[in-house]
Structures are given as C-alpha cells and as structure tokens.
Design a protein around this ligand. Sequence first.
Ligand code: MLT
Ligand code: MN
Ligand code: ZN
Length: 304
Amino acid sequence: MKVRVLGSGAGGGFPQWNCNCHNCARLRQGSLRGSPRTQSSIAVSSDGAHWVLFNASPDIRTQLEHFPAAYPRHGVRDSGIKAIILIDSQIDHTTGLLTLRESTRPLEIYCSEMVRQDLSTGFPLFPLLEHYCGVNYHPVPLDGSGFTIPGIEDLRFYSHALKSKAPPYSPHRQAPHDGDNIGVIVERISTGRKLYYAPGLGEIEPHVRAAMESADCVLVDGTFWHQDEMERAGVCAKLALEMGHLPQAGPGGMVEVLKALPAARKILIHINNTNPILDEDSAERKTLEAAAIEVAYDGLELDL
Ligand code: MLT
Ligand code: MN
Ligand code: ZN
C-alpha cells in the first residue's frame, strides 16, 4: 500500500496567515529548523494509479500539483483521485471539495451520516456542488466493519466512531453524536498490512486502542503537545481536549499511548503551528526521536 501525506498541518497550516507565534514568526525569519506545512490530507493506493483521498484540504490544488502520481492520464479531463473519504466535516478537511468542482463526474464521497448532515446544512457543500459536478454520497459504517470502494483494488477500509469534535459551526459541537469524527483502518487485502489513520482523536477508547494495536503504521492526531498550548503561545485560550485533540505530553498523552504500541511506524500528523515539535531542534522533538515517534511532513510517502 502506498500512502502519500499531502498536508501534515492542522487548520491554518504552518505558518498560519495571521500568526506571529514563536513558531510562525521564526519560520518566516528563517531562524527555525523545520518545514512549512499545508492543511490536513493524505492519499492511499495499492497500485499507485488509483487513489483514495482522505479529506479535501483548502490547500488541495497545490497539494495535487505537487503529486504527479495523481495527475490526469486518460483523455482531456481525468484524475488519479477516484474517491474521497471524509473523517469529519471540519473546514480544514472539507473546503477543498469546492476546488474539485470541475470534476466531469460526481465526486464519490464516503462519510458518516453526521458529516453528510453538516455538509448539507451548516456548511452546505453538498447541495452547492449539485450545481457543479454533484456528489455521490456513500455512508460509512461506524462499528468497525469493513467496506470496499469500486475501482480501488486490493484495499479494504474499516471505519469506527471516535471521540473528538464536530466543527464549531455544527449543532453537534457541544452535543456529540457517533460519526462526528471517524478513525479508519486501511488494509491491503493481499498482504494484510494495515494503516491506522485518525488525524482528529480526543480519547483512546478500547476500540481505538485495539485498532492502533492491529496496525503496522499509525498516523494519528499530533495537533498539540500541551493541553494549554495555545494559551502558552499567547494566541487564544482554547484547550486541546476542548477541540477534540489528545495532547502529546504527560500521563495518558499521545506519546505514552504510542510508546506502548507494536507498530513499526508511529507518526504524528495534523500538527498545529503552535506545537514545539515543528522545531526540529526542540526538546520535545528530541523526546519523540527517543521514543521512535515520527512527525509527518508534506510529501512524506510510506510503502506498507
Ligand atoms: C480542528 O482540527 O480542531 C479544526 O480543524 C480547527 C479549525 O477548524 O480551525
Ligand atoms: Mn483540523
Ligand atoms: Zn503560529
């Protein structure tokens, strides 16, 4: 299975347009050892030609332009992106659907009923896209059972509900429903090798831990190091867990969770611009290195 990280940053990307925090300011000045990051998305494929996109980031046009494997090949209008799985309805995961409106066939979108509702009401991308390419909505299971996608050979997807957060615009923001956010295991059928993807993950419930333990590679929520990181950075008072993101530091934090897993590769993704791990010389980055935990970057490719 091939995995391409299209965007490894959280909402806003790195640097964020209006942010002058310790990280964003130093990246612009050239005094931070680290790389810019576009917003959250990956693509997966078994044959390198037919790809499933996970999330459609506001940066998708640039991300696809830097990804030759998904360039159009057949006829004047085409793409290697054959279907889209949305793990939630957050702005950083869905706004790129607008950029895909030139598609000559309806977008094949796999998501939960909760996400379909958000994208039909509070952020009505689905009805809006009916005036362009249209959308074929495919509901995904929330109980961990598997599904396949026509035209995507040799991959099976297993989706389950997560505790994270619906977007601020959603009526579910303070009233969580199963399916506001999902985690997905992607299995290559012929080899049994598995990726676990959950860029927005607030709580390691037993079914989540089991999914993580079953995977050869985990690609999970790396948004914040500290629970109060945005307050420390002086940008706002929102807490990591309030936003549905399990911080990395401390007892029960993501570093501790990842350390206990058997996976050959443990990779943080959806990194917020305030996170000290973006600085490759930081003490926090050294802590990750000592624990064999990687930090995803734009363009990272995995072969599972
Ligand atoms: C999140 O991951 O919490 C959201 O994408 C934040 C946002 O929409 O800016
Ligand atoms: Mn996000
Ligand atoms: Zn910043």
